[in-house]
Design a protein around this ligand. Structure first.
Ligand SMILES: NC(=O)c1ccc[n+]([C@@H]2O[C@H](COP(=O)([O-])OP(=O)(O)OC[C@H]3O[C@@H](n4cnc5c(N)ncnc54)[C@H](OP(=O)(O)O)[C@@H]3O)[C@@H](O)[C@H]2O)c1
Length: 330
């Protein structure tokens, strides 16, 4: 039998976000690598309500000779630890060979559209989820706890501060230890372009082709993960093909430009059309201030002009302030 690096002949794996891009890739790989194993997959969705692609994945993996268990358990919820313990106890399992914590929810990009519930579902799996897994370790021995998080912890995405905060929390895992967890590994991912939330993200970006060519692929990720598991000493790693220093500098520069546009308040703006209303002129002035441009058409698209979502929120607040000043004061 191939050495699984875990030292157990019938290993037990717990994968949070187990039907998602990262989680399922690893589960699928395990069914090919291991002779026999128990793989517990967690997601929030009830099995009967799984989306089509998740149902297909579960059906495929369940046909293998492995013991596959899917459980609708929100890893960030209060009942998560008891729910996992109940599954383990029903199978007579007292040791988990590896937990892959890959549950996650991407943040909505427009800040104004976010509800407290949206923010909670981003924070929940990462912050409360990892705490629940460590609580689980108090009663169940966990040989390895591998957690996946995002490069936004180093390079924040404007307007997605809850996602950044949640990932930053997981980044701190490298400084933590638990008496019942032998190895903890926190993997900071830039993007695995062919799976999971990166696929949707890349659809929205303009330089798609460049990013796809330049990204880690899921099969590479699995091999890197396996090597990291064997190199027991590594606690934290960032996986990216991009020049991180360059990305950080670009981010700083765009923040500086944003600030500069704020200070260079424009009082004039050229509107390309001949006829426009006073309200359209006021709005054009706000757009020119926040985007740092001198000329705008009244039908222009904010995002096509390069306006990021954080700047869109500035526009809304500036409009609100103007409206406030226009209200008749009592
Ligand atoms: N794919 C990438 O390139 C990439 C890049 C950077 C970082 N990452 C990180 O890697 C992790 C996995 O990403 P992914 O691409 O695999 O995402 P994904 O395809 O969207 O899968 C995430 C999975 O997590 C589950 N989930 C969400 N909240 C949960 C909760 N509270 N409890 C249990 N399960 C939950 C979802 O299923 P339900 O909806 O059924 O709950 C979903 O199956 C995330 O932490 C992400 O931030 C991924």
């Amino acid at each position: 039998m191939e050495d699984n690096g875990l030292g157990s002949s019938n290993p037990v794996y717990l994968i949070t976000g187990g039907l998602g891009g990262v989680g399922y890739s690893y589960a699928d790989y395990l069914t090919q690598k291991e002779r026999e194993s128990t793989i517990i997959l967690l997601g929030r969705t009830k099995e009967s309500k799984l989306r089509e692609d998740y149902r297909t994945r579960l059906a495929k993996i369940s046909k293998t000779k492995h013991n596959i268990i899917y459980s609708a358990t929100d890893i960030g919820s209060k009942g998560a630890v008891d729910s996992i313990k109940a599954i383990l106890s029903s199978k007579g399992i007292s040791v988990i060979d590896m937990v892959l914590h890959s549950a996650g929810v991407g943040a909505k990009s427009a800040m104004k559209d976010k509800t407290p519930g949206d923010i909670a579902q981003v924070i929940g799996p990462k912050v409360l989820g990892i705490e629940n897994l460590l609580e689980l370790a108090a009663s169940i021995k966990i040989e390895r706890l591998v957690s996946c998080y995002s490069l936004t912890s180093i390079i924040p995405f404007l307007g997605n501060m809850e996602y950044t905060a949640a990932n930053l929390y997981l980044d701190e895992l490298r400084h933590r230890a638990h008496p019942n967890v032998k190895q903890m590994l926190a993997i900071n991912l830039n993007q695995i372009s062919n799976i999971g939330m990166a696929v949707d993200f890349m659809k929205e970006t303009t330089s798609n082709a460049v990013k796809t060519d330049n990204s880690v692929q899921s099969n590479e990720f699995i091999l890197i993960l396996e090597n990291l598991i064997r190199a027991k000493a590594i606690k934290n790693i960032t996986l990216s093909r991009y020049d991180i220093d360059k990305l950080i500098n670009e981010n700083i520069e765009s923040l500086k430009r944003l600030k500069q546009n704020e200070t260079n308040i424009r009082e004039t703006v050229k509107i390309t059309e001949e006829n426009y209303t006073e309200t359209e002129f006021k709005l054009a002035k706000i757009w020119s201030q926040v985007l740092g441009i001198e000329e705008i058409g009244i039908h222009a698209n904010f995002f096509e002009l390069g306006g990021p979502s954080l700047v869109a929120t500035q526009v809304v607040s500036k409009i609100n302030i103007q409206q406030y000043h226009n209200y008749p004061k009592k």
